[in-house]
Design a protein around this ligand. Structure first.
Ligand code: NDP
Length: 330
């Protein structure tokens, strides 16, 4: 028997979660059984733990947790053997398939990535989907020409998970980082991660009709969208790129005009971590091991246990989680 956070529906169809004991036969069928050590809380986990499952959970009872790291216990796939250290993010695990809020998980071998040297299971979950996505964003900006010295790189939703990791990676790579936050009290934290300046959220949320504003940013990792992305696009330097990661501020791009694209050659790069091909995942994890200072990663960590998860899920949907939650499932 082992412990897991199980979401169950009441008679009105509303789901809530509690820690329950499960048996190995309760797990879904798949090739690899993993003894999970750590998981984490991403925005999407908040949705999956909400009463209606955020439209992502298909059936109940359900074990959420879109990320986990641990050790292979059993495998019918030749790529993995007992004792291998692995990490899983995405592939709709924790949404359509049972996830990592459990001491054991059974998943497809295709979904796993071997943990790179230099990163342990706890650190991998301090990174998690949010950190992997931050790295994929930085890689996309680099692929489109961003280099240190080009000017300040804007990170929106900076005190959140994606934003914190993006700030630390960009600073480590030698970029000036302008961190946008709606929580002024996180200013010192963001500067410790390497932000060179702090931009108040309100400075970027007014919807304007101007076709362009003065050129300020050499790149941007945007976790917010909404009115902020509409404004930021008009402030991008000639030929620069925005990596569009998230929608914490709304799914529309309010006030956006075509002008930044056709007059300044600005690029809007879509970043998806969920279905990201294996080779690029491996490349991103290797880059994380090399370019994300583990001391800064530790400064982002808020520890938690399985029983803390329902309230943390509600907090992250309200934008109240700072940095990265690391869940010790044992
Ligand atoms: P967090 O909640 O940790 O971070 C989001 C941050 O956005 C908050 O901390 C806050 O930062 C800011 N924010 C929240 N609400 C608003 C608002 N109304 N207006 C402006 N800013 C706001 O979430 P994650 O970092 O885990 O995820 C961020 C986004 O990225 C989510 O939308 C998520 O779904 C998406 N995502 C997408 C992935 C992909 O594959 N494309 C993968 C991972 C995440 P502050 O307090 O500093 O202002």
């Amino acid at each position: 028997m082992f412990n897991a956070l199980v979401m169950e529906q009441n008679e009105e169809g509303l789901a809530s979660g509690s820690v329950k004991q499960l048996g190995i036969d309760d797990l879904p069928h798949a090739e690899v059984t993993v003894a999970v050590e750590y998981s984490t809380v991403n925005y999407k986990d908040g949705l999956c733990m909400s009463a209606k499952g955020g439209g992502l959970v298909r059936k109940y009872p359900h074990v959420p947790g879109i990320d986990f790291a641990g050790t292979v216990e059993e495998s019918s796939d030749s790529r993995y053997k007992p004792g291998d250290r692995v990490v899983l993010t995405g592939w709709r695990v924790g949404e359509a398939h049972w996830g990592g809020y459990s001491q054991k998980a059974r998943v497809k071998a295709d979904w796993l990535v071997p943990l790179p040297e230099g990163i342990d299971a706890r650190q991998a979950m301090a990174v998690g989907t949010a950190g992997l996505t931050a790295m994929l964003s930085v890689m996309a900006l680099e692929d489109h020409g961003l280099e240190p010295g080009h000017g300040p790189v804007l990170v929106t939703g900076a005190a959140g998970g994606v934003g914190s990791v993006a700030t630390a990676i960009l600073a480590q790579l030698g970029h000036e980082v302008a961190a946008v936050t709606g929580r002024p009290e996180t200013g010192d934290y963001l500067k410790e991660l390497g932000a060179t300046s702090i931009v108040a959220r309100e400075d970027l949320t007014e919807v304007t009709r101007k076709p362009l504003e003065s050129e300020q940013w050499a790149g941007c990792v945007d976790a917010v969208a909404g009115a902020m992305l509409g404004r930021v696009l008009k402030q991008m330097k000639y030929g620069s790129s925005v990596a569009a990661v998230g929608l914490a501020g709304g799914a529309a791009i309010e006030g956006a005009l075509i002008t930044p694209f056709i007059l300044r050659g600005v690029n809007l790069l879509g970043i998806d971590s969920v279905m990201q091909p294996y080779d690029n995942r491996v490349r991103a994890w290797e880059r994380i091991a090399n370019d994300l200072p583990m001391g800064k990663l530790e400064a982002m960590v808020q520890p938690a246990t399985l029983s803390n998860l329902p309230s943390l899920g509600a907090d992250i949907l309200k934008g109240q989680v700072k940095g990265r939650v690391v869940v010790d499932v044992n």
